[in-house]
Write a protein that binds this ligand. Structure first.
Ligand code: HEM
Length: 179
């Protein structure tokens, strides 16, 4: 998320404006979260482009079925790839673009339910999703209120998929106080 914000100063400025307007320098509390709607859109959009769990595996078809016209035999192993679904051209407009506003309530209504699944879906959906979203929103609000994170130039950022997705060698960023 910090990497994406550092490449998109307009979106970063909108985030800062919301934090300044809602919090005015206060430490955020749980009750502030419903007012931090753009903050949440930035988090959602970062998890769309870089889903922490890019591949869900271990599924076996319990019965013969059909997915998008393709027959699936009983016993077939199935993997679900949020990485692919989240960037699919038939589901997302301009899928590779960082555009937090696509998670506005208006633009979210038309989207199929499973087009976005950073926490999985169905009976095995993440039980920690609400805790994780609360934690990350409070962290982002606290940090972005005080600092801008600037990407250190000339570094190779390589993605590594080991159950979760991460930058293989980290991402070097410079903290700059905002006020
Ligand atoms: C941003 C943070 C997190 C992300 C992106 C995430 C993502 C996921 C995903 C995608 C699954 C489904 C795996 C599958 O279908 O194979 C899952 C399952 C699970 N998550 Fe999370 N998770 C997060 C945080 C947490 C936290 C904070 C907790 C606990 C406090 C947690 C506990 C679990 C558990 C127990 C399951 C297994 C549920 C089951 O199989 O019934 N997760 N998580």
């Amino acid at each position: 998320m910090w990497y994406l914000l550092s490449l998109h100063p307009e979106e970063e400025a909108k985030l800062h404006a919301e934090l300044d307007a809602v919090l005015g320098g206060r430490v955020p509390t749980y009750d502030d979260l419903e007012k931090l709607s753009y903050t949440r859109m930035v988090i959602d959009e970062a998890m769309r482009l870089y889903p922490p769990a890019p591949m869900l595996t271990g599924r076996v078809a319990r019965a013969a079925d059909e997915i998008c016209g393709r027959p699936v035999a009983k016993g077939t192993e199935i993997a679900i790839l949020p990485w692919v679904v989240h960037r699919h051209r038939t589901l997302w407009e301009d899928p590779d673009r960082f555009d937090p506003q696509r998670f506005s309530p208006q633009r979210s209504t038309m989207r199929p339910r499973f087009a976005y699944l950073p926490f999985g879906g169905g009976p095995r959906i993440c039980i920690g999703a609400q805790l994780a979203l609360t934690e990350v929103s409070l962290l982002v609000a606290t940090m972005a209120q005080r600092y801008r994170l600037k990407l250190v130039p000339r570094q190779d950022i390589v993605l590594l998929h080991r159950v979760t997705l991460r930058p293989r060698d980290g991402i070097r960023m410079q903290l700059e106080p905002r006020h």
